[in-house]
Design a protein around this ligand. Structure first.
Ligand code: B16
Ligand code: MG
Length: 219
């Protein structure tokens, strides 16, 4: 029986991917690396430092910086990102998500957020979504990011529910793998092949409803 529904943030609750893209693009340009939106898909759901490594590798510059210099680069990207997310308002939910959160909350299920982002609490604040969300994982508190299952399992642990009693919703390949490895029912949002391993696939967040989720999960 389903007891908790766990949301990814970027690409599921709100569309911060564009802001990550703009901030990484600016940083990459500074170090002489170019990348497009197709490459950017690889960064979705991936942690800040791992994203930087992927970008440097893409530009064949992974050995050109010390660890400290890499931290400085990642911090610089994050400062730019933090400026961009100041634009987020309570009007910036992805289609149908606010209504879905309200529906789930009213029905008495637990709602968790399993995002790789250290900025998740700020974004949830800016959306004014705190009333719906019972728990946000601190990504610094788990050993491994997505595609490892840790972030999702941490939420189940917090709610004292079994993984089989959770539905996880994601937009990224790494995120779907994390949910599947956690042993939860996975829901993929999107049109590309990234989410093809999900148990249920929808093209847009507007197609999600509590009834559809529960039916698909057999609950
Ligand atoms: P931060 P999600 C992920 O969010 C983003 O998709 C990914 O692009 C980003 O690098 C990661 O959060 C870390 O974010 O730099 O803000 O800590 O999809 O897991 O909600
Ligand atoms: Mg995401």
């Amino acid at each position: 029986m389903i007891k908790a529904i766990i949301f990814d943030l970027d690409g599921v609750i709100t569309d911060t991917a564009e802001y990550h893209y703009l901030a990484w693009k600016a940083l990459a340009t500074e170090v002489g690396i170019d990348f497009d939106e197709t490459f950017n898909e690889n960064l979705k759901g991936v942690s800040r430092m791992e994203s930087l490594e992927l970008i440097l590798k893409h530009g064949n510059r992974q050995d050109d910086f010390t660890k400290q210099e890499k931290v400085t680069l990642a911090t610089k990207k994050n400062e730019q990102y933090k400026t961009l997310i100041k634009r987020i308002t309570p009007g910036h939910y992805l289609p149908g998500i606010k209504e879905l959160l309200m529906e789930i909350k009213e029905a008495g299920y637990k709602i968790g957020v399993a995002s790789a982002s250290f900025n998740a609490p700020t974004i949830i604040d800016r959306l004014a979504a705190n009333n719906y969300i019972d728990y946000i994982v601190d990504p610094g508190s788990v050993d491994h990011g997505k595609p490892a299952p840790d972030l999702f399992l941490n939420v189940a642990d917090h709610f004292s529910v079994r993984a089989e009693s959770c539905i996880g919703i994601e937009d990224a390949k790494a995120g779907i793998e994390a949910i599947n490895r956690a042993g939860m029912f996975s829901v993929g949002v999107g049109t590309g092949t990234a989410i093809k391993e999900a148990d249920l696939i929808v093209q847009s967040t507007s197609e999600l409803s509590l009834e559809r989720l529960l039916l698909a999960a057999g609950s």
